[in-house]
Design a protein around this ligand. Structure first.
Ligand SMILES: O=C(O)c1ccccc1NCC(=O)[C@H](O)[C@H](O)COP(=O)(O)O
Length: 389
């Protein structure tokens, strides 16, 4: 913490004295691509005579770029921290060795160990997305959207199910494993599970696409989309870059998850706009009052998920849903016509009744139904009655 504070102070002074770059929106940050430093360094001079001068110039260019990358990282962390976001986008590297600030620079590198599982996931995602973007740049992805199946009305399906059954609309999660519970189901056939969920009365499906921590995949998402299942699909990803939203749409998603514990307000605003442009619903997930207040201050949000699982500690407490919907927050949500989804740790009809009483119109459930031999029957057990039409 001390290291972070001294970093902030130094960064401010650095930026005051050296305003070398302008920032338009957070998504511009990743454009300062780490690989470009390496590629500048890798370029060889063409003639022997010019070799020394040219390589010195390139070294200088690479150094300048590396300093800027580092400054942007620090600024990004500073903006996030000011909004209470503790998750850092990537491991702190400390300043580049050749960094020359106007004042003596002191940083305590906290080490490259993530502080919790969510941070570990995000650091891994940062590397993964950089590599995927190299392989499939945004302009190619945008082109492939022309062939994507048209988006389905995710929010409409939840409302319709809620009206039809008088119970929260179900988003049933196709989930093979999780960091907190390990493998949930050995004989995991994503399409069979999705079909069973639909048979059992799910309004929508959530498909985990993260491979490393949840043993999910985009292949699962595509297979389910092509299988004839009609439920709208949520791409359950850890989104840190707008590229992932285009990718999700290209693979057949109808909705995407945006996690407030990871994304600063400006990112959420920008990403919600992209979702609207692509016809996707954005499920914006919060897990405490501060995140809820931030999200309620953002225009255009139609769907908020309250996660009962603390993604940093794994603790699950379904009273979190009630706590975040009490009083003025609940009233504001009603005025704005926002649909709230109760997420995680729901196992029994009593749990469903409890979160419904708190004000949710939808629930997101994984473990308790995916583990049942017949997930369709699992849904009946969860609600205490048949909910299929
Ligand atoms: O489930 C986890 O262990 C987990 C760990 C870190 C980040 C996210 C995690 N889960 C994502 C979810 O929020 C749940 O998959 C979803 O809400 C369903 O929860 P459940 O019904 O308890 O399986």
């Amino acid at each position: 913490m001390e290291g972070l504070v001294s970093t902030r102070v130094s960064l401010r002074t650095t930026l005051c004295h050296r305003p070398k770059f302008s920032i338009r929106r957070p998504m511009d940050f990743p454009k300062l691509n780490r690989l470009s430093v390496a590629s500048i360094r890798a370029q060889q001079p063409e003639t022997k005579e010019g070799a020394v001068t040219v390589s010195a110039v390139r070294e200088e260019q690479a150094n300048t770029l590396q300093v800027k990358e580092w400054e942007v990282d620090m600024l990004q962390n500073e903006v996030a921290a000011s909004q209470g976001i503790r998750i850092r986008r990537r491991p702190p590297t400390g300043p580049p060795l050749h960094y020359v600030g106007p004042f003596e620079f002191r940083i305590q590198n906290e080490g490259n160990t993530p502080r919790n599982i969510l941070e570990e996931i995000i650091w891994h995602k940062d590397t993964e997305v950089s590599q995927l973007k190299e392989r499939r740049p945004l302009f190619q992805l945008k082109k492939s959207l022309e062939n994507a199946p048209p988006p389905r009305d995710f929010i409409g399906a939840l409302k319709e199910a809620n009206l039809r059954t008088g119970l929260p609309g179900l988003i049933a999660e196709v989930k093979k494993a999780s960091p907190s519970r390990g493998i949930l189901r050995e004989d995991f056939d994503p399409v069979e599970i999705a079909q069973a969920y639909e048979r059992g009365g799910a309004a929508c499906l959530s498909v985990l696409t993260d491979e490393k921590f949840f043993k999910g995949s985009f292949e699962n998402l595509e297979l389910i989309r092509k299988s004839g299942v009609k439920c709208p699909l949520l791409c359950k990803e850890f989104v840190i870059d707008a590229w992932q939203i285009y990718n999700a749409r290209a693979k057949g998603a109808d909705a995407i998850l945006l996690i407030a514990a990871v994304l600063p307000d400006l990112d959420i605003r920008y990403m919600v706009k992209i979702c609207k442009m692509l016809g996707l619903a954005a499920l914006v997930e919060v897990h405490d009052e501060r995140e809820m207040d931030r999200v309620l201050g953002i225009e255009g949000i139609e769907l908020i998920g309250i996660n009962n699982r603390n993604l940093e500690t794994f603790e699950v407490d379904i009273s979190n849903t009630r706590k975040l919907l009490e009083g003025e927050r609940g009233q504001l949500i009603q005025q704005k016509g926002i649909i709230v989804v109760g997420e995680s740790g729901l196992f029994t009809p009593d749990d469903i009744a409890y979160v419904q009483e708190a004000g949710v119109k939808a629930v997101l459930v994984g473990e308790s139904i995916v583990k049942q031999n017949d997930p369709a029957k699992g849904i009946t057990g969860l609600f205490g009655k048949e909910i299929s039409s």
